[in-house]
Design a protein around this ligand. Structure first.
Ligand code: X8Z
Ligand code: ZN
Length: 669
């Protein structure tokens, strides 16, 4: 059957409104009434047929996705775990085919626009247009160029290497090794600067590609009916795209005072350590935060720890001791003095054994909530450690390969706290995939992308010091106000420090996509936003010869980032709701849902819904309220917030947003 095109359907809707407005008109003669009835019956039959046709179309899209998607994910997997020209060719081609198919489906779906559809079909069609953050231009050549550039950028990041001459020898390091320099409190200022600027140099050659990427992706967005790629990204939240932008502003306004307080305190400690090099015009030097992007500051813990006499909170020492013990065990079992080759081999085995043990610990937590053990294929196919023989994209990720049981993570796990927590994060994605695998592919997504990012982190909030002590990763804790402030500070270095970073990446990209940030000011705009939101400054002049945004994975990897900002608000809302379900009494920060079946059942129900309904409904089912709401994170950090306000008294907190002289400093309350 041939369906009527969309404009006619819209005209029909208008006609129905008109007839409703004519209620007071004199009764029409009998004959026209009969004609009207016949027309109504015909219209109903037509509507029913159209509805059925739309349902069948969505079913066909879902079937095609199930059939074709595994080939694309397999190609992507190879491209990220065997970086090189061949895997790049295969991945770019597979993505090109997938996006072209998606584009055809979107075109086809237009004939259903304006029709009255079943809610599920209407939602599926809406999600179809939002299915990719890299919209495909209709022009086949442009599409092919887009997927080639995207793959090249992704691989360039993964293979990124910084080389320099040391004592006449060429020394080359990749991201992991450079991050270790920044994380080590014993590294000096010059070493920090070298590692930071070395990694940022890797992004310089990406700049031209990225600029072209933006043009092509925007072309795709316009072909889909969006103003630009940023507008497409902002449309994925079951609300008006402009309203979404305002929503993120509102949330930032709620948490900014807490962040500013933390920035001020950390800056003071940096100045104590580095003297006048510890701040740049009230801002924190980007290379001194213990993190390559100044996004989470957990590695500054030894520097900013409020009370030094309390038991230690970092779990890295225990993980490293476990690794060392394992290595000794294997060396002893060898029964002869190890050769250098033995050592390399045993270290590899031990790294893998540690990575697996850490992943099993994370799995334990989910299983304690009533979620299933991970399938055997997860253990067989995941990449847990960095292979020695080739370049890979080490940035952690979680994959559903086939909308069914083939789920994997790809990481380069080291025995550190940071990586341990990242495993919990990644398994959050995996358990989401597993929980919604019965949904049709178009609904196999987070309620929104912030939900997906928040699942594992919600679990991490339960890793209280008491819990970590119970699994032997830190010593038993004392109950005291000092211990509480220490624990809160440690958590805040990750969760609070992250908030402005989570926001600014897409503030930059939204501007790049809508043209308000021109290609000639990519870097200036980047550092303007870093100053404005984070109060972070570059350690050296960064002109337009650099491309510092490109040094962050999600920019060359084209992963939208506002999701992480949302996640850092949502995870506290989820945690509060699950703690209530678990019957937790007392302050929020003391709650641990480990082993709680009630909390687990609520969690699982939320996950199973996937994207089948608007996120507002999903969050209402969990928390009783429909809004994103920063009151949970503010509640959680109330003790620290009070403490920071006290500590900052008498300090000139705040920072001038530009690069100019200190001006708008305000005294802390
Ligand atoms: O990219 C990630 C995860 C994978 S979705 C490791 N995260 C963001 C980042 O590393 O920049 C988690 C926190 C923020
Ligand atoms: Zn994630």
């Amino acid at each position: 059957m041939i369906l009527r095109p969309a404009p006619l359907a819209l005209a029909l809707a208008g006609c129905l409104v008109v007839s409703a407005c004519q209620r007071d008109a004199p009764p029409p003669p009998i004959e026209p009434e009969a004609a009207q009835r016949a027309a109504d019956t015909e219209a109903q039959a037509r509507t029913a047929a159209e509805t059925a046709e739309a349902d069948a179309f969505v079913a066909r899209v879902n079937d095609t996705l199930r059939a074709d998607y595994p080939e694309q994910t397999a190609a992507q997997w190879l491209s990220q775990t065997y970086i090189g020209p061949d895997s790049a060719t295969v991945a770019a081609k597979a993505t090109e085919r997938g996006l072209a198919q998606l584009g055809r489906f979107v075109e086809e779906s237009r004939r259903f626009e304006g029709l009255e559809l079943t809610p599920a079909t209407g939602r599926a069609l809406q999600l179809l247009k939002l299915a990719t953050p890299m919209p495909a231009p209709n022009d086949p050549q442009a599409l092919a160029e887009l997927t080639r550039i995207a793959t090249r950028l992704d691989q360039a990041y993964g293979a990124g290497t910084y080389c320099r001459e040391v004592d006449g020898e060429r020394q080359c390091r990749q991201l992991g090794a450079l991050e270790e320099v920044l994380a080590d409190p014993a590294s000096d200022y010059a070493a920090h600067l070298d590692a930071w600027s070395g990694w940022h140099a890797v992004a310089v050659p990406m700049r031209a590609d990225y600029q072209r990427f933006v043009e092509l992706s925007n072309q795709g967005a316009r072909d889909l009916g969006f103003a630009d790629t940023g507008a497409l990204w902002r449309s994925g939240y079951d609300m008006d795209a402009d309203a979404f932008r305002e929503e993120t502003d509102r949330l930032w306004g709620q948490v900014k005072p807490l962040y500013d307080n933390l920035q001020c305190y950390v800056r003071t400690r940096l100045v104590q350590k580095y003297g006048e090099q510890g701040e740049i015009d009230g801002k924190i030097p980007a290379h001194l935060t213990g993190n390559m992007w100044a996004q989470q500051w957990g590695n500054l813990w030894p520097l900013v720890m409020p009370y030094r006499n309390e038991p230690q909170l970092s779990i890295t020492p225990a993980l490293q001791a476990q690794r060392e013990a394992l290595l000794q065990e294997r060396l002893t079992a060898l029964g002869r003095p190890p050769s250098p080759a033995d050592r390399v081999e045993l270290e590899r085995e031990v790294d893998l054994a540690m990575a697996r043990a850490m992943t099993e610990r994370a799995q334990d937590f989910y299983v304690s909530l009533g979620l299933p053990a991970l399938p055997e294929s997860f253990w067989e196919r995941s990449q847990l450690v960095r292979p020695r023989d080739r370049d890979v994209v080490c940035h952690a990720s979680a994959w559903s390969m086939d909308f069914a049981d083939d789920v994997r993570i790809k990481m380069c796990i080291r025995p550190t706290e940071e990586d341990f927590l990242t495993i919990y994060h990644e398994l959050g994605h995996i358990y989401y995939y597993i929980a919604y695998k019965e949904q049709p592919p178009l609904f196999q997504a987070g309620a929104n992308d912030g939900f997906h990012e928040a699942i594992g982190d919600t679990v991490v909030l339960s890793m209280t010091p008491e819990y970590l002590a119970s699994i032997g990763l830190i010593d038993a804790q004392r109950q005291s106000n000092e211990a509480l402030i220490n624990a809160q500070m440690k958590m805040a270095l990750d969760k609070v420090a992250f908030l402005p970073f989570g926001l600014l990446i897409d503030r930059w990209r939204w501007g790049v996509f809508d043209g308000s940030i021109a290609p000639g000011e990519y870097n200036a705009a980047w550092w303007r936003l870093r100053a404005q939101y984070q109060g972070v400054a570059p350690p050296e002049p960064r002109g337009e010869e650099f491309f510092d945004a490109g040094a962050k994975y999600h920019v060359p990897g084209n992963t939208p980032y506002t999701r992480y900002f949302l996640s850092h608000i949502l995870q506290f809302q989820f945690y509060r709701a699950l703690c209530e379900a678990a019957g937790h009494q007392g302050p929020l920060h003391a709650c641990n849902i480990h082993g709680n079946a009630e909390a687990g059942a609520k969690f699982r129900a939320m996950l199973a819904a996937g994207a089948s309904q608007p996120w507002q409904q999903t969050i209402r089912e969990l928390t009783g309220r429909e809004e994103l709401d920063a009151s949970a994170i503010l509640d959680y950090f109330q003790p620290l917030s009070d403490w920071l306000s006290q500590q900052n008294q008498g300090h000139a907190c705040g920072w001038p947003e530009g690069g100019g002289a200190p001006a708008a400093r305000t005294a802390a309350r």
